[in-house]
Design a protein around this ligand. Structure first.
Ligand code: NCD
Length: 457
């Protein structure tokens, strides 16, 4: 829907860049934020539509540094069109898409294809991430400069680590000159081997091969050493262990340029969920052997890890929340745990999951919003600062959400093609009411309330 001028009245405005957290009005028009604070009737442009924001939170739209839109090559799992609708429904106005596509995003032509598709099919901003190595094969650096000129916003071989330490060292060296981060999927394959879930008692109980915490931590330690040696911009993708949080904390204390992200599922659910009983004791669940929708890389881990990740996020050691939205087709998951694809469809449940931490007083609302907006914008670099701001003159990319609305996850209502979530049937508290991209409403729920027009006094 095209919008000219809209005022959102009496909402809780959270704008982390300005450290603003107070109830007020937001006026948008011409695709931009025109003002925040008190926007009286006299300050409203002619014909301005009015949204009742009472009880709701308004903030910059969420920025996802890590998602899989599967295009080109795996359109049966997701498309830019469906993924962007899912993003808008989840409150995201910017999605950075990973290059494990077919062909992978390792040439300017593929970057241009994604830009073109995004212009044509997406309601929100899509920013491609380019490969670190040609074909994501790990043998030879991709043409990083060509990719940067074409518009990638970071580099990653996600789905695979950058195996070779010397290639990682070179990539980090170039990352400083290009001003773009290297986001590494940290997985030492000689340790993870054939593992499909976290090493521990649940894996033993189920007879499944485990992935030790050291598979992640060993590579993070390597990358921190390389970041220190090169001064490059290291971003650690999807942290999942308590030890990883400690490594990032120590590196930051030593002044090394490292940033990190964590996913909603690693902050809220444990490896107990692999039993297929949503974290409840298996006996109460009626005997499902396991739930392949819990299979994800990195794997769901112990409560101790979850607690350390939440603490690291709350105190800012972890810079941002990224979804790692990894949609899969049904047949990739309706197989044995061993054979199932790794990945969870996250965009539409992220906010509801994260608000559990806010309602449980483990994370403040302000910190949650910061880690979904300003945190990822900082990783992208100064030129993206406006995307995480509600300062007048910045793009009206904003989200309006009800932190208290209860709803039951029903994947048949997902916009994403990926229905692979262990949260199916779970009650979450907190839901997006409307998402605006460049001032246009790109998602609205039935809860969105427009006020009847009033004449000026
Ligand atoms: C990712 C995917 O499906 O592309 N899956 C996942 O579990 N995160 C790739 C990956 O990181 O393994």
């Amino acid at each position: 829907m095209e919008t000219d001028n809209i005022v959102i009245r009496r909402a809780r405005i959270i704008d982390p860049r300005r450290q603003l957290d107070r109830v007020g009005d937001v006026l948008i028009g011409g695709g931009q934020i025109l003002g925040t604070g008190r926007v009286g009737v006299d300050r409203r442009p002619e014909g301005c539509r009015v949204i009742d924001g009472s009880g709701l939170v308004v903030s910059p739209g969420f920025i996802d540094l890590h998602c899989h839109l599967r295009e080109p090559g795996f359109e049966y799992k997701e498309t830019i069109a469906a993924g962007s609708k899912a993003g808008a429904k989840g409150g995201f106005t910017t999605l950075c898409c990973m290059p494990n596509t077919n062909p992978p995003i390792d040439t300017a032509a593929v970057v241009e294809f994604i830009h073109q598709r995004a212009r044509q099919d997406s309601l929100i901003r899509i920013l491609p991430i380019g490969c670190v190595t040609k074909g994501r094969k790990g043998h030879e650096l991709a043409e990083m400069e060509e990719l940067a000129s074409a518009g990638v916003v970071a580099f990653s071989d996600d789905g695979d680590p950058v195996y070779d330490a010397n290639i990682m060292r070179l990539a980090l060296t170039y990352s400083s000159d290009l001003g773009l981060s290297i986001s590494n999927h940290c997985q030492e394959r000689s340790l993870s081997c054939n593992g499909v879930m976290a090493e521990g008692s649940v894996a033993t109980h189920l007879g499944l091969d485990g992935i030790p915490a050291a598979a992640e931590e060993a590579m993070i330690a390597r990358d921190i050493a390389l970041a220190e040696a090169t001064g490059g911009r290291l971003h650690v993708a999807h942290l999942s262990t308590a030890g990883s949080v400690s490594l990032v904390r120590q590196a930051k204390e030593r002044g090394i340029s490292v940033t990190a992200e964590v996913c909603p599922h690693h902050l809220t659910i444990t490896d107990q969920w692999v039993f297929g009983s949503k974290g409840q004791p298996t006996a109460a669940a009626g005997g499902l052997a396991y739930d392949t929708s819990t299979k994800v890389y990195p794997p769901l881990r112990s409560q101790r890890d979850v607690d350390a990740l939440v603490t690291g996020l709350a105190d800012g050691v972890i810079d941002c929340i990224a979804t790692d939205h990894a949609p899969h087709d049904v047949t990739s998951k309706q197989v044995t745990y061993q054979d199932a694809a790794f990945g969870i469809s996250v965009l539409e449940t992220a906010l509801g999951s994260l608000l559990q931490l806010v309602h449980g007083r483990k994370l403040s609302m302000g910190a949650m919003v910061e880690r979904l907006t300003n945190g990822p914008a900082r990783v992208l670099g100064e030129s993206f600062a406006d995307l995480a701001s509600m300062e007048p003159g910045t793009p009206a990319d904003i989200v309006l959400f009800d932190p208290n609305a209860e709803w039951t996850v029903d994947t048949s209502e997902f916009e994403s093609k990926g229905k692979n979530t262990p949260l199916e049937g779970t009650v979450l508290k907190g839901r997006v009411v409307a998402t605006f991209a460049a001032g246009n409403i790109v998602y609205e729920s039935p809860e969105l309330r427009f006020e009847a027009p009033r004449a000026k006094p």
